[in-house]
Design a protein. Structure first.
Length: 338
């Protein structure tokens, strides 16, 4: 393990308010996104869409530190033959790769999921490193419901995250560890706090047991929010305060950065919550973003598969990237949204 190299990459991922573009949608997920704009999902349309994002020069250079790619994308070339990874590195950003095989139903635990993909991971990481990947991502899915999550679910998922992280560091790839407590449900914000605390405590226990070098990792968590079906929704300040309180208690100071997932929040909520946390400040870690839908919804709709819409789609992406970059520094305000 080259600790210095890992640390340098991890710090670059959260430098100067920059955040990460999650463009690692599986083929099934991106088909759903394309269905919403009446575009057929093919290898070429997926490539064209992502190439458009990666060629948004202002956003990529100034506001995006890295891009999480899907297996198909890390191997693809742009329409002019340039590898997509080169477009990313030419813009001063880092290519990353999603390496898990998805969350599957957990045997003996109705309503719970466990993420698969450890088999053959060492060999895949070696190949991804050769393809230019500097960091990787593995997502665990933790549902809240009556009696859920179980200790078994938290243990299985955090153990897998820790084994994945150790393999990444062996391959000189920085692991993003993502224990996502899902916001679907009628639970209270207090219940979200409780479950997120349990998940993070289990995670850092497992990372310690596996000898993972925390200074060479990035955490990608959910925010502490009310369940989507709960009629009482926590406000922006409450979300910010409870999320930071949870992290101060559960996330070691050795971790260089925390990049939030948007988790189904609206574009504006995801930005406002991140900004409110950075306005509170006094944090031992950099606090930034690793958004998929909250960066892509606006450009996807503007693009709608038409070449003549590329400029307006790129403008929409650049705007969202800039808003979140400001939020990562605590300098965003709603009147900048226009």
């Amino acid at each position: 393990m080259n600790k210095q190299a890992l640390e340098q990459i991890a710090h670059a991922m959260v430098t100067n308010g920059k955040g990460i573009l999650a463009a690692d949608e599986s083929t099934g997920t991106i088909k759903k996104r394309f269905d919403s704009i009446d575009v057929t999902s093919t290898e070429d349309t997926r490539r064209d869409y992502r190439e458009m994002l990666f060629r948004t020069d202002e956003a990529m250079r100034e506001h995006i530190s890295g891009v999480i790619l899907f297996d198909e994308t890390i191997r693809q070339k742009a329409a002019d033959g340039t590898p997509l990874t080169q477009l990313i590195t030419d813009a001063g950003s880092l290519p990353g790769i999603k390496v898990d095989a998805g969350a599957k139903a957990m045997a003996g635990h109705t309503g719970e999921m466990v993420t698969e993909g450890l088999d053959g991971l060492r060999e895949r990481l070696s190949e991804y490193h050769a393809l230019g990947a500097k960091f990787a991502k593995w997502r665990a899915v933790i549902n809240i419901a009556d009696g859920l999550p179980s200790t078994a679910c938290l243990t299985a998922n955090t153990h897998a995250l820790a084994r994945y992280a150790a393999l990444c560091q062996e391959a000189e790839i920085v692991p993003i560890v993502e224990p996502e407590v899902i916001m679907d449900g009628a639970h209270t914000v207090e219940r979200c706090y409780e479950v997120t605390s349990a998940a993070l405590t289990a995670l850092y226990s497992q990372l310690g047991e596996q000898g993972v070098y925390l200074e060479g990792t990035i955490l990608k968590p959910n925010m502490i929010v009310s369940g989507t079906q709960n009629p009482v929704q926590a406000g922006i300040e409450q979300v910010a305060e409870m999320t930071l309180d949870c992290f101060h208690k559960c996330v070691p100071q050795a971790v260089p950065g925390i990049v939030f997932l948007s988790g189904g929040q609206s574009d504006l909520d995801a930005t406002a919550h991140l900004d409110a946390m950075n306005k509170i400040g006094g944090l031992p870690w950099k606090l930034s973003f690793s958004y998929g839908r909250a960066l892509q919804a606006a450009p996807l709709k503007a693009w709608s598969g038409k070449p003549e819409n590329i400029a307006s789609a790129q403008a929409a992406f650049a705007h969202r990237a800039k808003m979140n970059w400001l939020a990562a520094q605590g300098t965003w305000s709603a009147n900048l949204e226009g």
